[in-house]
Design a protein around this ligand. Structure first.
Ligand code: C2G
Length: 153
């Protein structure tokens, strides 16, 4: 299919859900632009990112489905972007369903199913559990070793 597609997102701790979305978006046109949220913009979204903007942008830029990366700095930039880049299709995950229908007079608006079972929030929780368990397990292991040393010399 021809035409330029655009999407917006944080893409923190890049994972298969992000990749599935970008792959689907690439199939909607012949050029894909991704607007990656800056750290300042994320702060405004109430999101704390683990990976800084420059690295998140470089990772997305390196994905084979992506043709161009621009910064997302304001909620209001979408209409300017649609007109400036001659966008045929705005697309984003369905967690945003209906939020960007104001773009309908200017381009197609598509909300795509999210990939279930993975999210940056879950990844961060797993990392926290892993680091705390490993520290506690380590301390417990030292206690067991001390007890064994006392019993068996
Ligand atoms: N996504 C997905 N499946 C997941 C996780 C994310 O399809 N398991 C999609 C989201 O629906 C979104 C894109 O991947 O379309 C990027 O997700 P986030 O980085 O969480 O982006 P978000 O914070 O929703 O920013 O102006 C729009 C905002 O910048 C969107």
């Amino acid at each position: 299919m021809s035409g330029t597609v655009i999407t917006y997102g944080t893409f923190d701790m890049f994972h298969i859900g992000h990749l599935n979305l970008l792959r689907r978006l690439a199939a909607l046109g012949d050029r894909l632009i991704v607007a990656v949220s800056t750290d300042e913009f994320n702060h405004g979204k109430g999101k704390r990112t683990l990976i800084p903007f420059e690295q998140r942008a470089e990772i997305v830029r390196s994905i084979r489905y992506v043709d161009e990366v621009i910064p997302e700095t304001r909620w209001e930039q979408k209409l300017d972007d649609v007109q400036q880049y001659g966008i045929k299709t705005f697309a984003i995950g369905e967690d945003w369903a209906g939020q960007f229908d104001f773009l309908l007079p200017y381009c197609e608006v598509v909300y795509l199913p999210r990939t279930e079972g993975v999210s940056t929030t879950d990844l961060k929780r797993s990392l926290n559990r892993f680091s705390s368990v490993s520290r506690d397990d380590l301390l417990h292991a030292f206690d067991v070793l001390d007890a064994l040393r006392k019993d068996f010399g």
